[in-house]
Design a protein. Structure first.
Length: 296
């Protein structure tokens, strides 16, 4: 891999060649992710990393995380703030401007919901990290892994080589996270539709799907259990919250054979010690276990 190039991103030291400009020196997650995001929108990125844009001709160039312009946030009064208090960084500003256009380009089914999901679950935490708003990161892993790509004190590599290495890592992360966001948004819609038509205290899914957000959005107060085909073996039966538990006598059974005798379910595979999960070999047994748990 060239120390000056990654995919359609080319580094340059000539301002006349550049169509994108960001800051030089130590890089952070916001400027690296911003570069990756722009590379998804533009056919080619020719990037100049400089220490200052003062007295520079910036015509026909996207300038971000430097220069006090539309996509910078180092102005005295910053450059916008979300209702929840998080200030925008370069990626937040770029996402607000181009995020929906990008999702349209990908032909994403639900553009608005995917846009919001990416912003709420990822982009705003990058913004908070870069703006040092650590109070917003208490319940979220700070996505500052990019910092680790900067040259270490005992490492003999160029700044360009380190930046390209960071781009590769950020690009792989972006693709994986986007795939996750699209899948979860679609899953929520599917599950909410199923919940709406559910008459029982349990919902059966054909496969394991991310269901927790759908449960929070649902107003079905009868639903207590989710059943789905396990990726390991058989079927998982999960309680949807800590409000509901499997019976103490089942959870505290000394071994699986005792639990099988207790429930009269011979293909019971597993009982979680916290009372939130059980596994059976068949769907019929999974439903039987729910009925056992609901018996007074």
């Amino acid at each position: 891999m060239s120390f000056k190039k990654y995919k359609n991103i080319q580094l340059t030291n000539q301002i006349d060649e550049a169509n994108c400009i960001t800051h030089s020196g130590k890089f952070h997650v916001d400027d690296v992710i911003s570069t990756v995001f722009l590379s998804k929108l533009l056919e080619k990125i020719i990037l100049l990393r400089i220490s200052s844009t003062e007295n520079k001709n910036l015509e026909n160039k996207i300038v971000y995380d430097i220069g006090f312009g539309e996509f910078d946030h180092h102005q005295k009064n910053r450059n916008g703030q979300r209702e929840n208090g998080i200030f925008y960084s370069s990626i937040g500003l770029l996402w607000q401007k181009f995020g929906k256009k990008y999702l349209e380009k990908l032909k994403v089914k639900n553009i608005d919901k995917t846009f919001e999901y990416m912003d709420k679950e990822l982009i705003q935490y990058i913004d908070a990290t870069d703006n040092m708003q650590t109070e917003y990161l208490e319940n979220k892993i700070s996505p500052d892994f990019i910092k680790l790509c900067n040259p270490e004190w005992d490492e003999n590599i160029s700044e360009d080589e380190a930046f390209i290495r960071a781009l590769k890592l950020a690009d792989e992360f972006w693709e994986i996270y986007l795939k996750h966001a699209i899948a979860e948004v679609e899953a929520v819609d599917i599950i909410l539709d199923k919940i709406k038509n559910c008459k029982d205290c349990y919902l059966v899914l054909d496969k394991e799907m991310p269901y927790r957000k759908a449960i929070k959005l649902s107003n079905n107060d009868k639903l207590k259990y989710i059943i789905f085909k396990s990726r390991r073996e058989g079927y998982d039966i999960r309680t949807i919250s800590d409000t509901y538990k499997f019976k103490k006598e089942l959870v505290q059974a000394k071994d699986i054979n005792t639990a099988r005798i207790l429930t009269n379910i011979n293909d019971l595979i597993y009982v979680d010690m916290h009372g939130n999960l059980c596994c059976t070999k068949t769907l019929e047994s999974a439903i039987q276990l729910v009925k056992y748990n609901e018996k007074k």
